[in-house]
Design a protein around this ligand. Sequence first.
Ligand code: GAR
Length: 210
Amino acid sequence: MIKIAVLVSGNGSNLQALMDANLSGEIVGVISNKSEAYALERAKKAGIETTVIEHKQYPNREAFDDVMHQQLLDWNVDLVVLAGFMRILSAEFVKNWEGKMVNIHPSLLPHYKGMHTHQRVLHTGDTLHGCTVHYVTAELDAGQALTQGILKVDLYDTVNSLADRVHILEHLIYPQAVEWICNGTIQHLENGQVLYKGQLLEKPIQFCQF
Ligand code: GAR
């Protein structure tokens, strides 16, 4: 059974969705870089081991990432799932976990990499928005996209309403993508290619909320 570690920084609603899903992998541990993250409470309630590795206590990104890497090795982790983990990872860490680490981002990548995605979508006046699950590579929010949840931006949407609506989609597509990795429906090959049901995945599997 695939062993999963989830990395968090905040509320952890995506962690909750992953814990609630009947995954064929096992979540063996949760790491937070913030001791006050509510995600830690959620994990504890579910009986999952947690550890806090506060980035502020380390002289640089590499030193912090080294400690995380060691913890992941101690847990014998096969898959690292970033769920609202708000730290940029060092190139070395990403290389160590390439093909074994996924992230969820609140936009339809490649659009709106980085922060404040809902605000930027509203500012531009886009009619579609959503979220993307992707493999993590050294370039920020640029690894191969696996799944996307898509919604129509409503005339009356605000940053908060979009955040809520995108979260609902996230809680659907993230457990699904993680399950596909756990059960082998999605495979990451050594040459970097991704297969879905044995076929080359050229674009993300899309779920539309309309
Ligand atoms: C989610 O919307 C996720 O897409 C976003 O943080 C939120 C975490 O919510 N991630 C990023 O912005 C990463 N670049 P949660 O703590 O309730 O799961």
